[in-house]
Design a protein around this ligand. Structure first.
Ligand SMILES: [Zn+2]
Length: 71
């Protein structure tokens, strides 16, 4: 699936851009790329749509406890 491999590539680039550091809390452990707008909802595979989050913050975002629009 070309589309999903493109998203994986952008996630890697996003982590590099963010120095592998969580954008929310500054944690450097196990950073993960997160799509601000999920590509299922029309989010693009671009760096603008990627933030780097640690596992803890990533979970909070998906639970709706952190609003990424602020970041
Ligand atoms: Zn974090």
């Amino acid at each position: 699936m070309g589309r999903s491999s493109e998203h994986q590539r952008v996630q890697r680039e996003g982590k590099k851009r963010d120095y592998e550091t969580c954008c929310v809390c500054g944690n450097k452990e196990k950073p993960e790329g997160h799509h601000v707008i999920d590509y299922q909802y029309g989010g693009a595979a671009t760096l603008d749509n990627i933030v780097t989050l640690c596992q803890k913050c990533h979970k909070q975002v998906h639970r709706g406890n952190i609003d990424l629009i602020k970041f």
